[in-house]
Each structure stands twice: as structure tokens, then as C-alpha cells.
Design a protein. Structure first.
Ligand code: APR
Ligand code: PHB
Length: 393
């Protein structure tokens, strides 16, 4: 089989890249190790920056996100038992975010890919990458007991943190940066009305909590738990009681509980691999970087990466030049590190660390008090939360 771009991974990055390349007339094939249902079964975050919405529109798949997504103009910070609203819309000259689950983004991208008749090879494993340091890279994979090979011009490694793409790069060609946080997020998805119409980020002496949603009838809640905690340690009642204990009186009163559709613990990590290009192999999304979910940047960074990558490949195939591809890694990493900083800062501000103690809690509360009463500080939070603009090549 031959194609112009072989994409490894059918998560948001791979699917969005495939759609953007298709719209640009660039042939592509996606190789995914799981089934489509397995990919759709992943419950992930759900806040889309305008940059991501614009890329979904460019890919021709923004209709449902626009129709069903919830536009949000602000968030609330809860500390010392009181909520303070950050008016992101007002502070950023009218920008907003859209609350729309990553699962739905993936579903929309899968549907568009199928409608366009584009090839996605599911249940392909193992997958291996070859000769991407030359001009004729190849992808090899096993499926149904047979070995298959794809000849291509470029390989897009969109296969996430645990994927084969970054692992295929010689160790001395890669520099990684990592910070593992001493806690995780115990998350619950439930068909109960959200406690508030905007997201509530809570800093409490018991630890962090987040009240989010997927729709007017489906809520997403998180509480910080120790990194070695297990989901089986948490009954539904124990979760709801702990969430209540971390809310303000009004939210506690309004909280509607129910049997979770999903309950899981996610670890928190910051990670960046540099560079994001190795000859004809280009990394995008979680394959190249991970952020703690506090700033809701994971999906948005993946979208921005593939926005840059599809543009660079379009410039290359139009015979204009390879200069955009040469700039791909630097351009992505400039934005990635700003999002890493914001996500680290927001995580550090909102969570209780083993060494936070009473003094550390007072310092966090003082910073939050300054943040919500300073126009400059609130503006900084708002412009990072709604997302920084993409740069031109
Ligand atoms: N071969 C083929 N496919 C693979 C391999 C492999 N060796 N390893 C992983 N994959 C697939 C996974 O099954 C998954 O479907 O690659 C896909 C990677 O998708 P994600 O992990 O979702 O990463 P990405 O597309 O970059 O999206 C980032 O997803 O994980 C969240 O928080 C993250 O919101 C962010 C977004
Ligand atoms: C979510 O709705 O899952 C969500 C929202 C905001 C975050 C993280 C997760 O910062």
C-alpha cells in the first residue's frame, strides 16, 4: 500500500490530522492498534479553545460542536469557602471556550472520515516504523495474522504517550522533560444536572475539586486523591460525600448525585519530548507532550499541533518549500511550553501537595485572593485558559 502520509493513532490528533489533510487534498491512511469502539470508550476532558473550534471548522466537522457544545464565558475559583468568577469573555476582548466532550469530537471525526471513504486500519498490532530518517519511510503492521506494509512520504506519530512513534526515535536524538505530580484525579461522569452553569475549580484544605459538565443533564466531577489511591477504594457515596465536603454551601445545596456512568482515577504528569520531528517522522499530540488536566490543554495542544502539521505538509506538497516542515517542531514547542507552564502553574496553585502544610495553604489562598482581585492577574489567567493564538509559519 502507498500513501502520502501514514498516521499512527486514531485518537483526536490522528483523526483531526487525517481530516485536515483530506481537505487539503493530501492522501493519508490511519493505523490504530485498538478498535474504533475502544477509542470511543475513552472518557477524557471536554473544554475546546476557539483555535480548536476553528480547526474543527476547517476540517468540516464543527457542526455538532457548534450545535450541542456549551459556550462558556467564565470559570469560578472556589477558595476559603467562597466562589469568585473570572470573566474570561470580558478580560480577553470577547473570547470564550466551548464545553464539548472529547469523546464527541472523536465521534464526529470518525464519522467524517468514514463518510469521506478514508482508510482507517483498526486492530493493527504490532505497528513498526522504518526508514523515517530517509525519504522513503515505511510503516509495517500485523492484522488478521498477516504482515502489511505502507510506503509513504511522511509518518505522523499521533499515537499518544505510550505509542510506538516516540519509542522508535533513537534515544540520543530525543530530550525529554518530565514532572510527575504526587496525586491523581478521581473522576465521575453521571447523568445528573451540573451544580453550576460554569466550571468551578476548588482549592480546599482537603484538596482540589472540579465541577464540570458535558451537557445540561450530564455532569463531570473530579476530586484530588493520593497518587497510589485505587478507584475500588471509593464507593459512589464516598465520592459524593468528599465532593460535597470540598464545595461551598450553595453548591453543596444544589449538588444532585446519582449512579456514575464512569468512575476512574487519572494520574497527573507534565511531559515534553524535544524535538517533535525526526526526518520524515513528525510527532503530534500526546505522543510529544502531556499536561496535567487542570488547564484543559491536552486536546487543544493536540489540535494545534496537527493544525501546524497539516499546514506545513500542504506547503510542502504545493511544491513551495520544506521550510514550514523545518519550523514545525519549534513552532509547536513554543506553544506547548507556554501551555505546560500554565497547566503546571494552575495545578500548583489549586492542589494540596504533601509539603503544602498550613503555611503553603495560606500562600495559595493569598495568591488566589490576589488573582481574583487583580485585573492584570485575572487577565493572564483568562488569556491562557481561552488559549493563545497560533503563529504563522
Ligand atoms: N500503534 C497504533 N496506534 C497506537 C499505538 C501503536 N503502537 N499506541 C497507541 N496507539 C493509539 C491509541 O490506541 C490511541 O487511540 O494512538 C491513539 C492516541 O490517542 P490519544 O492517546 O488520545 O492521543 P492524542 O490523539 O494525541 O490526543 C490527545 O487525548 O489522551 C487525551 O488528554 C489527552 O486530550 C488529550 C488527547
Ligand atoms: C472536564 O470536563 O473533563 C474537564 C474540564 C476542565 C478541566 C479538566 C477536565 O480543566
Amino acid at each position: 500500500m502507498r500513501t502520502q502520509v501514514a498516521i499512527i493513532g486514531a485518537g483526536p490528533a490522528g483523526l483531526l490530522l487525517g481530516q485536515l489533510l483530506y481537505k487539503a487534498g493530501i492522501d493519508n491512511v490511519i493505523v490504530e492498534r485498538q478498535t474504533g469502539d475502544y477509542v470511543l470508550g475513552r472518557i477524557r476532558a471536554g473544554v475546546l479553545e476557539q483555535v480548536t473550534m476553528d480547526l474543527l471548522k476547517q476540517a468540516g466537522v464543527d457542526a455538532r460542536a457548534k450545535a450541542e457544545g456549551l459556550p462558556h464565558d467564565g470559570i469560578e475559583l472556589l477558595f476559603q469557602g467562597r466562589r469568585h468568577r473570572i470573566d474570561m469573555h470580558g478580560l480577553t476582548g470577547g473570547k470564550q471556550v466551548t464545553v464539548y466532550g472529547q469523546t464527541e469530537v472523536t465521534r464526529d471525526l470518525m464519522a467524517a472520515r468514514a463518510e469521506a471513504g478514508l482508510q482507517t486500519i483498526y486492530s493493527a498490532s504490532p505497528v513498526s516504523l522504518h526508514d523515517f530518517d530517509g525519504e522513503r519511510p515505511r510503516v509495517r503492521y500485523e492484522k488478521d495474522g498477516a504482515t502489511h506494509e505502507i510506503e509513504c512520504d511522511f509518518i505522523a506519530g499521533c499515537d499518544g504517550y505510550h505509542g510506538v512513534s516516540r519509542a522508535s526515535v533513537p534515544a540520543d536524538a530525543l530530550h525529554t522533560y518530565e514532572k510527575v505530580y504526587p496525586f491523581g484525579w478521581l473522576g465521575v461522569l453521571a447523568d445528573v444536572p451540573p451544580v453550576s452553569h460554569e466550571l468551578i475549580y476548588a482549592n480546599t484544605s482537603r484538596g482540589f475539586a472540579l465541577c464540570s459538565m458535558r451537557s445540561e443533564t450530564r455532569s463531570r466531577y473530579y476530586v484530588q486523591v493520593p497518587s497510589d489511591d485505587k478507584v475500588e477504594n471509593w464507593s459512589d457515596e464516598a465520592f459524593w460525600n468528599e465532593l460535597r465536603a470540598r464545595l461551598d454551601p450553595e453548591a453543596r445545596e444544589r449538588l444532585v448525585t446519582g449512579t456514575p456512568l464512569e468512575k476512574s482515577i487519572a494520574p497527573l504528569r507534565s511531559f515534553v519530548a524535544e524535538p517533535m520531528r525526526f526526518g520524515r517522522l513528525l510527532l503530534a499530540g500526546d505522543a510529544a507532550h502531556i499536561v496535567p488536566p487542570t488547564g484543559a490543554k491536552g486536546l487543544n495542544l493536540a489540535a494545534a499541533d496537527v493544525g501546524y502539521l497539516s499546514r506545513a505538509l500542504e506547503i510542502f506538497y504545493r511544491g513551495q518549500s520544506a521550510s514550514a516542515l523545518d519550523r514545525y517542531s519549534d513552532l509547536c514547542l513554543r506553544r506547548v511550553w507556554k501551555a505546560e507552564r500554565f497547566s503546571w502553574w494552575f495545578t500548583s496553585l489549586m492542589h494540596r501537595f504533601p509539603d503544602t502544610g498550613e503555611f503553603g495553604q495560606k500562600i495559595q489562598e493569598a495568591e488566589l485572593d490576589y488573582l481574583v482581585h487583580s485585573h492584570a492577574a485575572s487577565t493572564s489567567l483568562a488569556e491562557n485558559y481561552v488559549g493563545l493564538p497560533l503563529e504563522d509559519f
